[in-house]
Ligand binder design. Structure first.
Ligand SMILES: Cc1cc2nc3c(=O)[nH]c(=O)nc-3n(C[C@H](O)[C@H](O)[C@H](O)COP(=O)(O)O)c2cc1C
Length: 225
């Protein structure tokens, strides 16, 4: 497949450009084409077993944003100013069990595995949940494991945005139970099937950020040779 080659410097520049943007220019909107590109980066993200346990809810309704704001201390300035705002939902444990409708749909309709391969995958997934990762003790374990997949999509979307000059902020500054309740009341989320994992704001900065602070490469990388 043909891919456009960006240089390593261009890609690194995008990582440097990305910062947690606290406040956005309310007058600047992301074009549909650019936002579709960001969403596509999420859709194409990898997930464990390929089960895509996520949903990306794009909240453009001001009244709903304002309600979310009441439960989101970490998004006080971004919620009213972001061009686009995503709430990342992840499937709850019951909707991720090996015989659940979602897993069946993924294996049969999306991945289109032949029956004997599908049965093997379901069994491997059961073993993974039960013994490899020991996730079946508490529904929260499965949800948190699935949330990790959602964060891969989140990370990819932040990078995709930065590659085309769009600012963003990942957000976990919220009260989970309150946010789930608000979204359920708004008819956005079925609490049996989904819970919030994280949120992200997208738009254009109004001020330049502080210089990036990071540990040195030596203190974050351990080589085993
Ligand atoms: C999972 C996650 C949750 C975060 N939650 C918030 C948040 O609620 N509000 C906020 O302003 N920044 C939030 N941040 C931004 C971090 O504070 C920021 O990424 C970090 O300080 C590094 O700064 P930089 O992203 O500008 O390089 C979050 C970042 C991550 C990865």
């Amino acid at each position: 497949m043909e891919t456009t080659r960006l240089t390593k410097d261009e890609i690194t520049a995008a990582y440097q450009f990305r910062h947690a943007t606290k406040i956005f220019d309310p007058a600047r909107k992301i074009s549909d084409e650019d936002f579709d590109f960001i969403l596509e980066a999420g859709r194409l993200s990898p997930s464990s077993f390929g089960f895509e346990p996520w949903r990306f809810v794009v909240v453009q309704n001001e009244a709903v944003r304002e309600r979310i704001r009441g439960a989101a201390w970490g998004a006080q300035r971004s919620l009213p100013t972001a061009s686009h705002f995503i709430v990342f939902l992840t499937r709850t444990a019951p909707s991720l069990l090996p015989d659940s409708p979602h897993i069946t749909h993924m294996i049969e309709q999306i991945q289109q595995l032949p029956p004997e391969v599908a049965a093997g995958k379901r069994q491997a997934y059961q073993n993974f949940l039960e013994s490899d990762f020991r996730l079946l003790g508490d529904d929260r374990y499965v949800f948190e494991w699935a949330s990790r997949q959602t964060y891969i999509a989140l990370g990819n979307m932040l990078t995709a945005a930065s590659l085309i000059g769009i600012d963003s902020c990942p957000i976990e500054g919220f009260v989970l139970d309150d946010l789930n309740r608000i979204l359920a009341e708004e008819g956005i989320l079925d609490p049996e099937q989904f819970s919030v994992s994280a949120m992200a704001a997208f738009g254009y900065r109004v001020q330049e950020p502080r210089a990036k602070t990071r540990r040195s490469i030596d203190s974050v990388v351990q080589w085993v040779r």
